[in-house]
Design a binder for this molecule. Structure first.
Ligand code: HEC
Length: 93
């Protein structure tokens, strides 16, 4: 009986330590501080094309890009502003 309990505990431990799926994309985003815009970006902006990361465009360029992409990603005005803040924060200078 004791051995069985121990086995159950070990199985639980092993299970809870196994890597979660999607770890690679959260690794890619680990360098950015967490924010609503970051979450939205990760959620909505990689569906049609791969992620176009913030540092690949300048802040000026992002204004135009987000204007075009917000309707595609079905962002409301608040979400659009949050994503724009996020990408501009890390934009290419
Ligand atoms: C419904 C599909 C779709 C979604 C969702 C989407 N995009 Fe796009 N995106 C496209 C298509 C199609 C293009 C290429 C045509 C174009 O540039 O308009 C593109 C192009 C781009 C480009 C390159 C434009 C350039 O001129 O350099 C960037 C950057 C980009 N998307 C960022 C984003 C971001 C950020 C989001 C999230 C807010 C997003 N996309 C969501 C379809 C999508």
């Amino acid at each position: 009986m004791k051995t069985l309990g121990l086995l159950a505990v070990m199985a639980l431990l092993i299970y809870s330590c196994s890597p979660k799926s999607g770890a690679s994309s959260s690794e890619k985003f680990a360098k950015y501080a967490d924010s609503e815009g970051k979450t939205l970006f990760m959620d909505k902006c990689g569906r049609c094309h791969g992620y176009k990361l913030p540092e690949t465009r300048s802040a000026d360029k992002w204004v135009k890009v987000i204007d075009r992409m917000a309707p595609k990603a079905r962002l409301n005005a608040d979400q659009k502003a949050a994503v724009l803040t996020f990408v501009q924060q890390y934009a290419k200078s």
